[in-house]
Unconditional design. Structure first.
Length: 168
């Protein structure tokens, strides 16, 4: 029995010698470092792909917003146009070219005052075909096409006395 105990102690001591000391267990091995770098690079690849896709999407949104702003500016300008006096035209506003042609879509009628007497203007409805393009680009490079209904008017009678009796 004592021999067995002695043999067990010897085996235990041999096993203890094969285990590295605590001092040798401190620090990071090369394999651990490589594993960490692989994980880091996989995460960085995913993040860079995501950032790239977001940048592309942001660019598209910027272009779309710019085009929408240009459309609104064109519509605001065209509200001031009288298609009877200027049936076609072209203007450059904020690096965009706005070109339009108009065609009459309803017959011309004489306006009537609130009291039922004939007014001073003849009015009609026009349809404006609008083309929006970059100012420095060729005419065939159209950014947007729009159709806009717009009232046209023409002064046909001089002003009579105003309702207060004074002449203008």
């Amino acid at each position: 029995m004592q021999r067995r105990v002695h043999l067990a102690r010897r085996l235990h001591l041999k096993a203890m010698k094969s285990i590295p000391s605590r001092k040798a267990l401190y620090g990071i091995s090369l394999l651990e470092t490589l594993a960490a770098l692989v994980i880091l690079s996989a995460g960085a690849t995913v993040m860079l792909t995501w950032f790239s896709q977001n940048a592309v999407t942001l660019n598209r949104l910027k272009e779309s917003e710019s085009l929408e702003q240009s459309r609104l500016e064109a519509l605001e300008y065209l509200r001031t146009v009288n298609p009877v006096e200027k049936p076609r035209g072209e203007v450059v506003i904020n690096q965009h070219r706005i070109a339009w042609t108009s065609r009459q879509s309803a017959e011309t009628v004489r306006a009537v005052t609130a009291l039922g007497s004939p007014g001073r203007y003849e009015v009609s409805l026009y349809e404006l075909d609008v083309r929006l393009s970059k100012a420095d680009a060729a005419a065939s490079n159209t950014l947007a096409r729009m159709s806009l209904p717009l009232a046209g008017y023409k002064l046909v009678a001089a002003s009579g006395n105003s309702m207060f009796g004074a002449t203008p």
